[in-house]
Design a protein around this ligand. Sequence first.
Ligand code: NAY
Length: 291
Amino acid sequence: MRELKGLYSALLGAFHEDGSINEKGLRQIIRHNIDHNKMDGLYVGGSTGENFMLSTDEKKRIFEIAKDEAKNDITLMAQVGSINLKESVELAKFVVDLGYDAISAVTPFYYKFGFDEVRHYYETIVADVDTRMVIYFIPFLTGVNISVDQFAKLFENKKIVGVKFTQGDFYLLERMRKAFPDKLIFAGFDEMLLPATVLGIDGAIGSTYNVNAARARQIYELTRANKIAEALEVQHVTNDLITDILDNGLYGTIKLLLAEQGIEAGYCREPMKGYTPEMRARAKEIYKKYF
Ligand code: NAY
């Protein structure tokens, strides 16, 4: 079984201006992450992949393209979560058949699901598939919070091996690390990679790693080697970059930065906005400043 620890790029979606999948661009982004960025893994179908705006067939096509392009060159984790539980079950089976190394699922969102419903959701997704599940915990977007005691209940299922922790609450992260030394914890906020690494994460999954992989690797490795002051210098530059990216529009700007490197990352899916001339110009400035 393949190791799941390490640094993953959250794979961007690549779309044509009309919103259809840009397969050529998607393949270029995947290769860039493997050959140039030297990532340990790819997180396919997450927020960064604009997954929640896609049809089931489009999600399947992206899972297929990623596996076809990456083959066994990199660890592949597929985000299959959806508030349509039947779709999640179908996607989980689909990616396991494709040979993905693990699955992940966002907590069910929009309705105020109780914990029993959240637990039923995860148990149902993993029931008929022989794979490892990483819970996608991102309360700032879903509104769903899970306590340490509730995580303990979810982790009773041996197929549920970890959590992608997109949360800035370091007290909770420390409590989780202490309570679950054998579960995998992946940090989900790139701007907090250093402190999360200090607390003993097993890896990280991020959107900005598509363009900022070398600095992310430095932060991760320097921190693990206890060279905190050096790691902090790199985190400072990284956070200047992330602040500029967030100000200009997160996924669109990452795509424009990839375009500066000759990668056809394309457009974002509507209702995410298109590119204004100002946004394109600002992305060029950001590229010159940091790369
Ligand atoms: C996902 O599913 O793609 C992720 O959650 C990856 C983690 C990213 N979170 C989101 C919501 O995009 O990399 C982070 C994030 O973009 C970055 O830290 C900037 O805030």
